[in-house]
Design a protein around this ligand. Structure first.
Ligand code: HPA
Ligand code: ZN
Length: 332
């Protein structure tokens, strides 16, 4: 089988996607219009021209502005449904998607509106496409610890619909240690935990995510390679890193795809997975990320299969389901 066909045929799990980052300009325009909200762009072309990021912060400024048009439950449904259609096209059969409640509650949109819209799309995706999903709510790390505690409180009535808490937004200057107490409380309440660390921030932030937040996975984590002792720890603990190649390229974490370290990490035995992060902003969904690394880094078919197996192994599905997907992949 040629590589593109293999990538398409592989069942895959997506573990690092921000639902607000799947907001395609066409849908953004449609929702802005029906909600009668002004956006600072006159055309879809203008929106796309604004996407010339030079780092994480310049991206986040535009990403938060786009999310401002989301108000009603139906808006959140439409957003997630559009993403599930992409999953179906790319043979993503399971997804664990992030949402940023504070981006919405800070504008007066109730927590329940956000989660009800997303959950309804998840239910329909299961029914229509057979795609399973979990929701992960992220705390915005540029906001205060107190604000994160309030958000955790608002989430408690919806605990059964949220599998984990995460940590995203501007990394440098907002280390995991800032949220040690909130994460302890979240774990006590029964949430699994993940955190963005080692994207723009140093390897030290990955240590903090492991030791202080006690995460089940690291999101990004590519800068872990700068610390050999940390690398040994990640390998020994089989700690997943949810790597996002096109995101790293677009936000200039790497200068070109040939320099991306995902292949080296995989060869050294780190449990890496492939993900799209904010696909509408970074130039591609799951399979585009696979195509980009397969070509630039000359991955073998066995390595592509391993990356797909890793995605299920690192997910929060049952051991039995992990086994079943792994067998399916080996049989390809
Ligand atoms: N990093 C941090 N915060 C984010 C990202 C990211 O890649 N995408 C959306 N919020
Ligand atoms: Zn991310």
């Amino acid at each position: 089988m040629n590589q593109r066909a293999l990538i398409q045929a592989l069942p895959k799990a997506e573990l690092h996607v921000h639902i607000e980052g799947t907001f395609e300009p066409e849908l953004m325009f449609a929702i802005a219009q029906r909600n009668q909200i002004e956006i600072p762009y006159k055309s879809i072309e203008e929106v796309k021209q604004a996407y010339n990021f030079h780092n994480l912060q310049s991206f986040l400024d535009i990403y938060y502005a786009g999310a401002n048009v989301l108000i009603h439950e139906q808006d959140f449904y439409d957003l997630a449904w559009a993403y599930f259609k992409k999953c179906a096209e790319d043979h993503v059969v399971h997804t664990e998607m992030f949402f940023d409640p504070q981006t919405h509650t800070d504008r007066g949109v109730p927590f329940g509106i956000v989660i009800n819209g997303l959950q309804r799309a998840c239910n329909d995706a299961q029914a229509q496409f057979g795609i399973s999903s979990h929701l992960i709510m992220c705390f915005l790390r540029h906001l205060s610890e107190e604000a994160a505690f309030e958000t955790l409180e608002q989430a408690l009535p919806y605990k059964d619909q949220i599998i984990a808490v995460g940590l995203d937004s501007s990394e440098v200057g907002h280390p995991p240690s800032k949220f040690e107490r909130v994460f302890a409380k979240a774990r006590e309440a029964g949430f699994l935990v993940v955190a963005h660390a080692g994207e723009e921030g140093p390897a030290e932030y990955v240590w903090e995510a492991l030791d202080l937040l006690k995460v089940n996975r690291i999101d990004h984590g590519v800068r872990s390679e700068e610390d050999p002792v940390l690398m040994q720890r990640l390998i020994a603990e089989k700690m997943p890193l949810t790597v996002c190649p096109l995101s790293n390229l677009k936000l200039k974490v790497v200068d070109d795809m040939q320099q991306h370290n995902i292949h080296r990490l995989l060869q050294q035995g780190v449990h890496v997975t492939v993900n799209s992060d904010d696909p509408s902003y970074f130039g591609g969904y799951m399979n585009d990320n696979f195509y980009a690394i397969a070509e630039a880094l000359d991955l073998s078919n066995d390595e592509l299969k391993q990356l797909a197996i890793n995605s299920f192994e690192a997910s929060f599905i049952s051991e039995q389901q992990k086994q079943a997907w792994s067998e399916r992949i080996h049989a390809l």
